[in-house]
Design a protein around this ligand. Structure first.
Ligand SMILES: CC(C)(COP(=O)(O)OP(=O)(O)OC[C@H]1O[C@@H](n2cnc3c(N)ncnc32)[C@H](O)[C@@H]1OP(=O)(O)O)[C@@H](O)C(=O)NCCC(=O)NCCS
Length: 129
């Protein structure tokens, strides 16, 4: 297994709260998949979970190196959970195309959040052989 790239991002949870307040569902549906929204929906710290996922998406974008131009959607980088709760990344659409072009076929993701901030670190790998 070879590491192709590593990205980190930190998100101010107040920024996510502001986006929710100002844009509501438009913000949610543009940035998060149905499963991501469902996971956060009934949580006490809903904004923290969303902020963690937002940070994860930005971290993934740093790895694939495209930014959000070039047709990559926020929902192209989806945070999915293993049964243990451990998060990983599932790519879709243009984001998946860019990841494949770099040889990335696996991800390691770590998320942490507190009241004020969420942080995520994403590592894209090539599983050779
Ligand atoms: C993982 C763990 C250390 C989180 O620590 P914490 O300080 O409470 O919270 P943090 O904000 O730092 O991290 C939360 C994130 O850890 C990640 N996480 C959860 N379980 C994880 C695991 N088993 N391995 C790696 N990461 C995990 C998630 O991404 C979570 O954020 P999310 O719920 O928004 O997806 C803690 O939940 C733990 O010890 N889990 C062990 C497994 C466990 O107890 N499972 C209970 C479910 S039955």
């Amino acid at each position: 297994m070879r590491i192709i790239g590593h990205g980190v991002d930190i998100v101010d949870t107040a920024r996510i709260e502001r986006m929710l307040r100002e844009h509501g569902d438009r913000f949610l549906l543009r940035c998060f998949t149905e499963a991501e929204l469902a996971y956060a929906a009934d949580k006490k710290q809903r904004v923290q979970h969303l902020a963690g996922r937002f940070a994860a998406k930005e971290a993934v974008m740093k790895v694939i190196g495209t930014g959000w131009s070039q047709g990559v959607a926020w929902t192209d980088a989806e945070v999915v959970r293993e049964p243990s709760g451990k998060p990983t990344v599932r790519m879709h659409g243009k984001g998946l195309e860019f990841a494949i072009a770099q040889g990335i076929d696996g991800w390691f993701l770590s998320i942490s959040h507190i009241d004020t901030h969420a942080i995520a670190s994403a590592i894209g790998v090539a599983n050779e052989g």
